[in-house]
Design a protein around this ligand. Structure first.
Ligand SMILES: N[C@@H](CCC(=O)N[C@@H](CS)C(=O)NCC(=O)O)C(=O)O
Length: 178
């Protein structure tokens, strides 16, 4: 049995959870909700950087969502998801833009938490907005954390696509929450 340390608010963990649902391997993984800021000892031992997600398989620790997705795909899916991406630089670039948009959205979240400390940067918030618009690909997380970015009004056909796509089990069963 593997263990996955995760939170339901992390878009990185959400990528892993969606893949687990897509591969239908939920029954092989203990899902352990662990908020990084709680600094649980077992979590910190597994994840030296103190970040979720983190996967444990026996003696092996696999950290970082992209590495975990790669690991699960290679071991439980013959690499069918990622091999075609790695073989095509255009797909690789697209994948990297998707991840970059996740990074920016998390940075934007951190920046908005700083607002409460009255030292957030308007400059960085605007840069993040610009990049997120350019890489819209993490629609569920935007609906969860950044509802002020009204992407659905700006991109109606993307919104239509998402309305259909969100019924998929890997999205419907892995909804964001605090
Ligand atoms: N590159 C990592 C990033 C993971 C990450 O930054 N996770 C956030 C939650 S969204 C976290 O655990 N933050 C806690 C911290 O930085 O202390 C991945 O793809 O898994």
């Amino acid at each position: 049995m593997m263990q996955l340390y995760y939170t339901q608010s992390s878009p990185y963990a959400n990528c892993v959870c969606m893949l687990i649902t897509e591969l239908a391997i939920q029954n092989q993984i203990d899902m352990i909700i662990s908020h990084p800021f709680d600094n649980q000892e077992s979590f910190l031992q597994a994840s030296p950087l103190g970040k979720v997600p983190c996967l444990i398989n026996g003696q092996e620790t696999v950290g970082d969502s992209q590495v975990i997705c790669d690991y699960l795909d290679a071991n439980y899916n013959n690499g069918d998801l990622f091999n075609p991406i790695y073989a095509d630089w255009r797909l690789k670039t697209f994948y990297s833009i998707c991840y970059g948009a996740i990074d920016l959205s998390v940075a934007r979240r951190i920046e908005s938490l700083r607002e409460k400390e009255e030292n957030h940067s308007i400059f960085w918030q605007q840069r993040q907005n610009q990049g997120i618009q350019g890489g819209l690909s993490l629609l569920g997380y935007l609906n969860f954390r950044h509802t002020d970015i009204e992407w659905d009004k700006q991109y109606p056909s993307l919104s239509q696509f998402y309305e259909q796509f969100k019924a998929r089990a890997s999205i419907a069963q892995n909804l964001f929450s605090d």
